[in-house]
Design a protein around this ligand. Sequence first.
Ligand SMILES: *[C@@H]1O[C@H](CO)[C@@H](O)[C@H](O)[C@H]1NC(C)=O
Ligand SMILES: *[C@@H]1O[C@H](CO)[C@@H](O)[C@H](O)[C@H]1NC(C)=O
Ligand SMILES: *[C@@H]1O[C@H](CO)[C@@H](O)[C@H](O)[C@H]1NC(C)=O
Ligand SMILES: *[C@@H]1O[C@H](CO)[C@@H](O)[C@H](O)[C@H]1NC(C)=O
Ligand SMILES: *[C@@H]1O[C@H](CO)[C@@H](O)[C@H](O)[C@H]1NC(C)=O
Ligand SMILES: *[C@@H]1O[C@H](CO)[C@@H](O)[C@H](O)[C@H]1NC(C)=O
Length: 462
Amino acid sequence: MEKILFVCFVGLLIVAQGTTESILSEDISVLGELESLDIEEGGDIKPLDYTSWMSESDNKVLVNVDGFGAVGDGVSDDTQAFVDAWKQACSTPKSVFLVPIGLRYLVNATRFKGPCADKLIIQIDGTIVAPDEPNNWDPKKPRIWLDFSDLNGVIFQGGGVIDGCGSKWWAASCKRNKSNPCKGAPNALTIDSSSAVKVKGLTIRNSQQMHFVISRCESVRLTDIQISAPGDSPNTDGIHITGSTNVVLENCKIGTGDDCVSIVNGSSGIKMKTIYCGPGHGISIGSLGKDNSTGIVTKVVLDTAFLRETTNGLRIKTWQGGSGYVSSVRYQNVRMEDVSNPIIIDQFYCDSTVTCKNQTSAVEINGIMYRNITGTSKSAKAMKFACSNTVPCKHIVLNNINLEKKDGTVETYCNSAMGFGYGYVQPSAECLTSTDKDIIIEQTKDVENAKTSREDLIHTEL
Ligand SMILES: *[C@@H]1O[C@H](CO)[C@@H](O)[C@H](O)[C@H]1NC(C)=O
Ligand SMILES: *[C@@H]1O[C@H](CO)[C@@H](O)[C@H](O)[C@H]1NC(C)=O
Ligand SMILES: *[C@@H]1O[C@H](CO)[C@@H](O)[C@H](O)[C@H]1NC(C)=O
Ligand SMILES: *[C@@H]1O[C@H](CO)[C@@H](O)[C@H](O)[C@H]1NC(C)=O
Ligand SMILES: *[C@@H]1O[C@H](CO)[C@@H](O)[C@H](O)[C@H]1NC(C)=O
Ligand SMILES: *[C@@H]1O[C@H](CO)[C@@H](O)[C@H](O)[C@H]1NC(C)=O
């Protein structure tokens, strides 16, 4: 069956003429869009030299936290020293805010606010640790630890570590201990309302809640970021992108207790390249549409990822009752190993203690391509498209999929899911419905040997 659909697809490229043209051209144009979808890579971030700042000819001004009284013994409170050093660095052009190597700085919840003078570098070589006792956390800053905002054209870099020391927060979480109220916890590193930001080389671990939040930003590039927390630490998302455009993640290794990457409302132009995920809940768009809210995510590309022993692989999750849409998403070149739900669209997402009622409204899902996705599934339903009964998923495209189960067979689950597969698709994409399907199959009769022309017809570059 998938072979028929594949051939037919080629067929319609060739013979998209006559009476069926208007119906068929929609699938073709969506496919064309998905094929050519690309994300600008932060064009206005200046390529600065990462390593040579120390041996400066470019008269950088070094602002070392040690010079402001930081002790760096992991016990003394270095918050004030960081605040004072930030004031100095932020107001001085070409400065380097330095957290030196080899020491351990204890810092409370702090806001590092811009705007700052030009060409600020935040060089983190040492370790920054959070106070580990939730009961002493500043009640005025319940959701942040290190919060950077209103920056333009800055670079975060260095081989340092940001350690949330979150174990007591996890133990107090309502997900761990049902008798506790659900309160939320601080996110370790936040970059908010900023533009033209580069972050390179940092390690973030054991966050109280999410590790790295990019909110309300434009043009952000993260490279060589490592994130780690135990697989059972609650709500410890790796990289969370919200209300942001033009964000590139490259070569990031993430193992955590929640989503490795989560992309939520107001985000567009997100590119992820070479992502390692596991343990964790996978690479997610959503959740969206909670409490009848509007959620919009568009233009997301994931190219090259390795997921190992995660609960989900490539996931889109939306709540019943939401509105808005997810559109133009392409996932390609992904290898999975022992992933529970390798490919999943879940429009019945419900992460709450009370069961969620089905509603007529839903976040619409339109134009999602999966290409060259291989590996092993832990569950039989290797592909799951659980879409809203009233707002079906449209234009789901599967190409070169090979998902297997070590001890048994795999299948595809569909509810209200429209789209098609071509090339090798295992498990079969047959349960995807298409209004064009019958016409498509008619068209195949003339084009049985069209297969060889496939490469000419379909552009496969990212
Ligand atoms: C850091 O937090 C602790 C505990 O709340 C508090 O005693 C201390 O004064 C704070 N430090 C600064 C510099 O605000
Ligand atoms: C769960 O939380 C309750 C109330 O905060 C506490 O009394 C109890 O000791 C906790 N249980 C565990 C296993 O930590
Ligand atoms: C969704 O994102 C848009 C654009 O960033 C924003 O204006 C809107 O308030 C957000 N909605 C919710 C429910 O967060
Ligand atoms: C969402 O909308 C539904 C249907 O109108 C309503 O029953 C429900 O109470 C709403 N939920 C919230 C959290 O507003
Ligand atoms: C398919 O994806 C895998 C894993 O990322 C990659 O190694 C391989 O080169 C890809 N194949 C093609 C034909 O692009
Ligand atoms: C909602 O609808 C889906 C699809 O028809 C169904 O599988 C699910 O059981 C329903 N959930 C509830 C709570 O009624």
